[in-house]
Design a protein. Structure first.
Length: 223
C-alpha cells in the first residue's frame, strides 16, 4: 500500500439540514454499493455493521467544521481563506453552521456508541497509517468551483441526497486519483468544531485537534 493509493473502505457524506422539514440528505459508498437517504437513524443503522466490523470510514459534513482564529478583530468574521465570497458566519453559512453543531455531534455520538474503542481524526495521515478508524472532513459544495461529478450519476434522488452523493463521489474520486489532502482552503489559525465533537463524544483524546483546521473538499453542484 502506498500513500497515494490508500482509500478508506467506506466513504460517506451528510448534507446538513432540518430533519423536521426533510432537508437532510446522506450518501454512503462501499465497494459497488451506493445508497442515499434522508433519515439519519437509517444512516446510522446502515453504518452499524460496517463500524462494528472495523471498516475504515471517511465522513464528510456539508457545513463549516472550523472557524478562523485571528488576532485582528476587524477580520475575525471574514471568509476563511479560499471561501471566495461565501462567508461561514453570514447568511446560509451561519445557518448551516448552527444546525451542524447539533447534527454532527449527534452522528458522532451514535458512532462512538457503536464502537466505544474506536478513534476518529481530521488528519488524513492518521487514517492512512491505521491509527484511527474514522476520518472526518468538510464538504464544501458550491456552484462556483470544485471537483465536478457528472450529472447522470446523481439523477433520481432528492436535492439534499444529491449534494451528499456528489460530495461522497468527489471524495472517492480524489482519493483514487492520488490527490493529496489536507484542504482546498488555505492554512490559517483555526478553532475546530469537528475537533470539539471528537473530544466531546470520546472519539479522540487529542486536544490539539481543537486548534487545527480540517480538510475541506470543494465540490461543484451539478447544473
Amino acid at each position: 500500500m502506498t500513500e497515494q493509493r490508500f482509500a478508506p473502505a467506506v466513504v460517506t457524506c451528510v448534507d446538513i439540514g432540518s430533519p423536521k422539514k426533510g432537508n437532510v440528505g446522506w450518501a454512503l459508498l462501499h465497494g459497488e454499493t451506493r445508497v442515499t437517504g434522508r433519515d439519519l437513524p437509517a444512516f446510522v443503522a446502515l453504518l452499524e455493521p460496517l463500524i462494528r466490523s472495523g471498516r475504515t470510514i471517511a465522513m464528510g459534513f456539508e457545513c463549516p467544521l472550523y472557524v478562523p482564529k485571528r488576532a485582528d478583530v476587524t477580520t475575525m468574521t471574514d471568509c476563511r481563506i479560499g471561501e471566495e465570497g461565501l462567508n461561514w458566519c453570514g447568511g446560509p453559512g451561519a445557518s448551516v453552521l448552527a444546525t451542524g453543531l447539533a447534527q454532527t455531534n449527534w452522528v458522532l455520538a451514535r458512532m462512538a456508541e457503536l464502537a466505544p474503542n474506536a478513534t476518529g481524526t481530521t488528519r488524513w495521515h492518521e487514517l492512512q497509517e491505521g491509527r484511527c478508524q474514522f476520518f472526518f472532513w468538510e464538504a464544501f459544495i458550491t456552484s462556483r468551483a470544485g471537483v465536478v461529478v457528472p450529472l447522470e450519476v446523481v439523477e433520481g434522488v432528492s436535492l439534499h441526497e444529491r449534494d451528499a452523493l456528489v460530495g461522497a463521489l468527489a471524495f472517492r474520486e480524489v482519493v483514487v486519483t492520488g490527490r493529496q489532502f489536507p484542504s482546498d482552503l488555505q492554512d490559517e489559525g483555526a478553532l475546530s468544531l469537528i475537533g470539539m465533537h471528537l473530544l466531546e463524544t470520546g472519539l479522540s483524546k487529542d486536544m490539539s485537534l481543537m486548534s487545527e483546521r480540517c480538510a475541506v473538499l470543494k465540490v461543484r453542484k451539478p447544473q
